[in-house]
Design a protein around this ligand. Structure first.
Ligand code: KG4
Length: 343
C-alpha cells in the first residue's frame, strides 16, 4: 500500500467506528458498530449508555478493522506498529463518548510510538464526500445536516471554512427524531419518517417553511416540529387517527423546501461551482433527489457521500487525518475531548 497508513477512531455519539486509509485516500477498512438497539427503547441516545457501549466495543472494532485491512492487502495481519499515525474524533459530540475514543487512540499512539492526530467531527462530515469521489476539491458549499447540526458552510479550501448559516434552535435530524417520537415511530426518526413519506402526499398539510424569507442563511426547525405535534393533537381531538404517511411527507417536504432554497441562495452568494452534503440526514432519498434537481438547474456539480458514509463513520475521520499528516500537524498527548467546537 501507498504510505502513510492512517488509523482513525470515531466515538462521538452512538457509533463505535474504526478505519484505515492509505496514502492515496483509499479506505482499506471502514468498520462501524452501531449502538442503536441499546438506545431506541429510550427514544434517543442516552449518554451514559453510549460511553459504556463504546468501552465494550472499541477493542473488537479496532481488531476487526486491522483484520479487514489485512485481508484487503493480502496480508496475514496488521497492527498498530504498521500504522504511520493514529487519529481520533476529539470534538464535537457527547463528551463521555468522545473521551473513550480519545483515551484509546492516545494509548495506542503512545504505545506504538506513532504521531497522534485529533479531528473535528464536522470536518469529517465534509471529507465524507471524498469517499464517493476522490477528486472532490474546494471551493464548494456544503450542507451538514445531522442529529446535532444544521450548517451551511463555504469551503474555500480544505481547512478553510466559513459558516454561512446554522440553525437557531433544533437540528434537522433532531426534528425528524422528534416528529417520529410524536407519531410513536421510535428512534431514530429519519429512516422511518422517510419510508412513510414515500407513501404520503407532500402537499397534504401546509406546514410552515420557517425562515424561508428571512434574507439570511439561518434555519429554525422547532416551530415546524410544534406545528406537526399540534396537527397530530388536533386530529386525535377530532376523533381521527393521524394520517402518518401524509404527515411524514408534508413535514419532510417543509424541511426540504427550506434546506434547498437556502442552499441555492448560498451557491448564488458564493458563486461556488460545487455543492456537497454530509451528516445522517444526507441519507434521505427525497432530500437527495431535491438537491439533484436544484444543482442540475444551476449547472452546479453535486457530490453526496455514499449512503453508508452519511452517518457517523471513521473513514471520513481518517481522510481528514491524512491531510493533517501531510501538513505535519499533530496533537500532543495532553489533548482532550471537547463537547463543542466550531468548524
Ligand atoms: O450524522 P448522524 O449519524 O449522527 C449525528 O447526529 O452526528 O445523524 C443522525 C441523524 C438522526 O437524527 C437521524 O434521524 C437522521 O440523521 N437520519 C435521517 C435519515 N437517516 C438518518 N433523517 C432523514 N432521513 C433519513 N433517511
Amino acid at each position: 500500500p501507498k504510505r502513510p497508513l492512517i488509523f482513525a477512531i470515531e466515538s462521538s455519539c452512538d457509533e463505535t467506528a474504526a478505519a484505515i486509509v492509505d496514502g492515496e485516500g483509499n479506505l482499506l477498512a471502514d468498520v462501524v458498530a452501531s449502538q442503536i438497539d441499546f438506545h431506541s427503547r429510550f427514544g434517543g441516545v442516552v449518554p451514559e449508555i453510549a460511553s459504556r457501549k463504546h468501552i465494550e466495543a472499541i477493542c473488537g472494532v479496532c481488531e476487526e478493522c486491522f483484520s479487514v485491512a489485512a485481508g484487503n492487502l493480502g496480508r496475514t495481519g496488521l497492527s498498530w506498529s504498521d500504522m504511520d499515525a493514529v487519529s481520533v474524533t476529539y470534538a464535537p459530540g457527547l463528551v463521555g463518548a468522545l473521551v473513550v475514543g480519545v483515551a484509546f487512540a492516545k494509548g495506542a499512539a503512545w504505545a506504538a510510538g506513532k504521531p497522534f492526530i485529533g479531528v473535528n467531527h464536522l470536518e469529517g462530515h465534509l471529507y465524507a464526500n471524498k469517499i464517493g469521489a476522490t477528486d472532490v476539491e474546494p471551493p464548494m458549499v456544503a450542507s451538514l445536516v445531522s442529529g446535532g447540526n444544521t450548517l451551511l458552510v463555504h469551503v474555500r479550501g480544505w481547512g478553510d471554512y466559513r459558516v454561512l448559516g446554522s440553525t437557531i434552535d433544533d437540528a434537522v435530524g433532531e426534528a425528524f427524531d422528534k416528529v417520529a417520537k410524536a407519531l410513536g415511530l421510535g428512534y431514530p426518526g429519519g429512516p422511518v419518517i422517510s419510508k412513510f413519506a414515500a407513501k404520503g402526499d407532500p402537499s397534504a398539510i401546509a406546514f410552515p417553511r420557517a425562515m424561508m424569507h428571512s434574507g439570511d442563511l439561518r434555519f429554525s426547525l422547532s416551530g415546524l416540529k410544534t406545528a406537526v405535534v399540534s396537527h397530530i393533537n388536533a386530529e386525535r381531538a377530532a376523533g381521527r387517527e393521524p394520517n402518518v404517511p401524509d404527515i411524514a411527507a408534508s413535514f419532510q417536504q417543509a424541511v426540504i423546501d427550506v434546506q434547498v432554497a437556502k442552499s441555492a441562495a448560498a451557491l448564488d452568494e458564493t458563486g461556488a461551482p460545487l455543492f456537497c452534503l454530509g451528516g445522517g440526514v444526507a441519507a434521505n432519498p427525497a432530500l437527495r433527489a431535491a438537491y439533484e434537481k436544484m444543482c442540475s438547474e444551476r449547472s452546479v456539480r453535486l457530490i453526496m457521500p455514499p449512503l453508508r458514509s452519511c452517518g457517523d463513520n471513521a473513514g471520513m475521520i481518517a481522510l481528514v487525518a491524512l491531510d493533517r499528516y501531510r501538513d505535519g500537524r499533530f496533537f500532543g498527548l495532553d489533548a482532550d475531548a471537547r463537547a463543542r467546537t466550531d468548524l
